[in-house]
Design a protein around this ligand. Structure first.
Ligand code: IFG
Length: 510
């Protein structure tokens, strides 16, 4: 008799923990959600929350109207058509900057209970990162119920970025904003804009107006190019900042400068303007390092950019200077790098800048030369990891990919996931790494669809490499299963992602 009673009681207790008559298979336990990037810690508990068709937000601490509105509108969008007979889901947002146990400004705690959801953080950026995780859970829940539990999360690296080359082909303000919307969903927090190159100059400089009047006209293969006015650039910066993405502007010097050399004769050693360039070659151009006008140009550009860039970095390029003798290159970067600090910013440059005297807080972007990166670390600089053979988004997935290059090899979704920034280069350890960045060079892309085809799904893996610890990252076999659920989200978001045949996508469009 007693045994029967115990079984009966335990059944009853389990049933009451589910807190309603929801059959067990209709909810997803917190630990079973395919969250990307992988979260730091979570604990599933035995309750179930039935999702309401809309959300009622209670906010404690400093408020962000932008985040409040995004949560409201996104919740309605994701749950639209929901058959839930529940009223609103209660969401409590608590911003408490006295929460001393938080280790990282982006840290958050997401608690899902039977009756409500809580996002706690010490900063608004923490709230926003927690909201992106909850947003993924909503997409992944299929409007049903979700298991209760707690997620505590914070990133491995502070800099989790991508680069968009708007110089080879010009991309409109709206195309850049579209990309920012997509990046922030995966907690990418830096967007590096490659604003100048041989084929185009994309940011208006008041003191050197011909740079855009002439240099803004060209792009690879011609066609309508263009440039950002300073107001348009500030609009992009503000849009990104609302979404907790920081813009890093790059003016590539002394090489990759044909657009500037075509705009001003005095930047050329022979005092003759160059022709505008519409091709795809690299390494043929150089500013004249022997002329004082060149340094006035560099300082004016850096000064004006610094004035309209709230982020901490200005990128001075420095790559592929095959037309600049090494001594001249060193002389140039040693005069120009201090200008960045003079206007209150920190230097980032491609790994060749290691040849110069790096300012204390400079970061070297490793793309091709391990030696440059290792030497920069020995000098006490941080490294931004962008290894071309793993992280260049303009590399083809395979030989069938219609756009992109293959000089650094093919990078399919598996290869893009199969490396770790801390383990890649001897002598470059976690404490030496500023973060990671996946550059998308623009020679072969002309619109948002092509940006998305090359960036997605690989950039989800880079987002995880930047956010999650080596120990928390999954094997490719585990990760590719989580990618399946995100394929459905990317499709719903209208993102033109590459259906890598290595992933068993289950899509409406199939
Ligand atoms: N290398 C050049 C880029 C671009 C790229 C295309 C760097 C740092 C090849 N420099 O990568 O300008 O042309 O894959």
């Amino acid at each position: 008799m007693l045994r029967f009673f115990v079984i009966f009681l335990s059944t009853f207790l389990v049933f009451s923990c589910k807190d309603s008559n929801i059959p067990a298979d209709s909810f997803i336990s917190l630990g079973d959600f395919s969250l990307i990037p992988e979260v730091k810690e979570y604990e599933s508990t035995s309750g179930i929350l039935e999702l309401g068709a809309d959300v009622s937000i209670e906010w404690e601490g400093v408020v962000s109207e932008f985040i409040y509105q995004e949560i409201q509108s996104e919740w309605d969008e994701i749950m639209s058509g929901s058959h839930s007979d529940e009223s609103s889901t209660e969401l409590e947002v608590i911003v408490d900057d006295h929460h001393m146990e938080y280790q990282h400004p982006e840290e958050y705690c997401l608690t899902i209970e039977k009756r409500d959801i809580k996002i706690e953080a010490s900063t608004l950026v923490g709230v926003y990162r927690g909201w992106q995780t909850l947003r993924q859970i909503l997409y992944l829940s299929n409007q049903k119920s979700i298991g209760t539990g707690v997620i505590r999360d914070y990133p491995r690296f502070d800099y989790r970025g991508t680069m968009l080359d708007v110089a080879r082909h010009f991309f409109s303000v709206d195309e850049v904003k579209r990309y920012i919307d997509q990046l922030t969903f995966y907690k990418i927090n830096y967007l590096h804009l490659h604003l100048s190159d041989d084929q185009g100059w994309r940011i208006h400089i008041n003191s050197w107006p011909e740079l855009t009047a002439i240099g803004g006209q060209s792009q690879v293969d011609g066609g309508d190019a263009g440039f950002y006015t300073q107001k348009e650039y500030q609009d992009i910066v503000a849009y990104a900042a609302d979404r907790f993405v920081t813009i890093v502007p790059e003016i590539d010097m002394p090489g990759h400068t044909n657009a500037a050399l075509a705009s001003y004769a005095e930047l050329n050693c022979d005092n003759k303007k160059r022709e505008l360039y519409y091709g795809r070659e690299v390494g043929f151009s150089t500013l004249c390092v022997d002329r004082e006008e060149t340094y006035q140009f560099a300082e004016d550009v850096i000064r004006e950019l610094a004035e309209i860039t709230p982020g901490p970095y200005i990128h001075i390029g420095g790559d592929e200077t095959h037309a600049t003798p090494e001594d001249d290159y060193i002389k140039f970067v040693n005069r120009v790098m201090p200008m960045v600090g003079k206007y209150g910013k920190k230097v980032i440059g491609w790994d060749e800048i290691n040849l110069g005297e790096l300012p204390q807080d400079a970061a070297v972007q490793f793309w091709a030369s391990k030696e440059n990166a290792q030497n920069a670390v020995k000098k006490g600089s941080k490294v931004l990891m962008s290894p071309a053979s793993y992280a260049y988004l303009d590399m083809k997935y395979d030989s069938l990919t219609p756009i992109g290059y293959n000089w650094a090899g093919y990078i399919d979704t598996e290869r893009a996931y199969s490396w770790d920034p801390e383990l890649l280069v001897e002598g470059i350890n976690r404490e030496d790494i500023l973060g990671i960045e996946a550059p998308l060079w623009g020679e072969t892309i002309t619109n948002s669809e092509e940006i998305e085809y090359l960036a997605f799904p690989r950039i989800l893996g880079y987002a995880e490499k930047g956010w999650s610890d080596t120990s928390d990252s999954r094997t490719w076999d585990e990760y590719k299963i989580d990618l399946v659920a995100h394929g459905a989200i990317l499709e719903r978001l209208g993102i033109n992602f590459y259906r890598d045949p290595k992933v068993n996508w289950t899509l409406d469009s199939d």
